[in-house]
Design a protein around this ligand. Sequence first.
Ligand code: G3H
Ligand code: ZN
Length: 281
Amino acid sequence: MLVSGKELFQAAKQGGYAVGAFNVNNMEIIQAIIEAAEEENSPVFLQASQGGLKYAGIEYIASLAKTAAEKAKVPVALNLDHGTSFAQVALCIRHGFSAVMIDGSQLPFEENIAITQKVVDMARPCGVSVEAELGKIGGVEDDISVSHAVFTDPDEAAEFVERTQVDALAVAIGTAHGVYKGEPKLDFERLEKIRNATNIPLVLHGASGVPAEAIRKAVPLGICKINIDTELRQAFTKAVHEVVHNKPEEFDPRKLLGPAREAMKEVVKAKMRLFGSAGRA
Ligand code: G3H
Ligand code: ZN
């Protein structure tokens, strides 16, 4: 069933686990995530970035995701990932998204607060949860590129949460979007300080390629939602490459996309077990 992101955030915080949020761009990705969630009996966020919505069309993504969520036996929230404008958030709410992220992290502190407040004022009466971002998460996520990460300041986070009343906060503590060059080093001390200063569900972006041990350490320190995109892309592409390599004469798209769907499903299932959301639906 389709539920508000708020429901998933609150249950995760109470239960001491994190819900996976997986980026979707087409039908097979959505199916892979929902099948994994059902098999693991796990709540899940389906999320689309602005780039994803531009690629597939918001009508397609919204209808596919809503169909999948309504058919699912587990709770599913549909989230806008890294929304950068009020208009984009409004459009997603109008298309039935049950969660939004307003990413004002590129703006000065006061402007980030102002746009986040505006989004909360609109989304809350609609029953739609709001995630914001403070600090700058490095790397590249579709059309957002950050060359210099800025870690989240715990005191600023406390003021930000107090003034915006957001449901969840994405934190910059050492992760980055895309493929890591070396092993990411997470600032757990900072994470704990942010958790103590805000006491709201925190979100870990750029979690593809973060070692399992670091994830296991971050969840008890307040991480309630974990975003994965790159590892799904890699699983999808590897599976397609394999078919193309082993059967170069294959011309049925289903024979390429079917194995890709299976490969993504395995990735999602493993993440759900690692994040502790398996068995929590
Ligand atoms: O918002 C999406 C995620 O933060 C993606 O991170 O590139 O590590 O999969 P990733
Ligand atoms: Zn992200």
